[in-house]
Ligand binder design. Sequence first.
Ligand SMILES: [Zn+2]
Length: 226
Amino acid sequence: MRRLPPCFQCGDPVLDLRGQDIVLPTYYLRPPPSPPDEEVLDAQAYGYAHLRCFVGSRWGPLWAARTRENMEGVRHFPVVLESDDLVLLRHEVLSTRDTIAIGSDGYYASFADDGIRARRPTPGGALIPVRHELNLEVTGRGAFADEIVGALRQGRSFPLLGLIDGLGLRRRLWSEAAVADGRLEPRPDVEDDDDGELWIEAIADYHKFVPDDILDQVLEVSPVLR
Ligand SMILES: [Zn+2]
């Protein structure tokens, strides 16, 4: 479990929501001497960011290049499509069947084949179901946090937008449609330890947005999905 990290661009909290946020690890960077990478370190332009703040920023192109170098050169994911502004790589190991999209502007997303199959259309693209555990410390964040934790403790779900709005993050969203009907659901395994800290321990159930132009290219490289 962890505290809410700040976005290195805007300073607001990052919830680490799939398709909305990005994590940029410093081990992707080239070792010195490499001036552009040293500039990233000096500016502390690494770690967590909202996609909305990061994509198209001055750091986007370098991180796009370094992310590709890691996936292709270190992890040996094959490049299956390459254009001026987009690279698609495949990650296939054991039961994993993912397509990873890296835009030259810093855009990053990964789409599991199962998720692509379960998509439903939305204006400009499609929504892919996402479900994962969410553990966030929200001590002292305000009444909304008490309300969410209270609901979860009583076995009730809560709108994900209640958390997003409570933290003032709606303007940081990459896609509002993807979280519009999202829910925080209670987890049966959570213990009620009263140590003075307030934690949201939930299952987050929402969507990931894939724009039409990227979806078309993902379908093109994965004929099995059509
Ligand atoms: Zn931000």
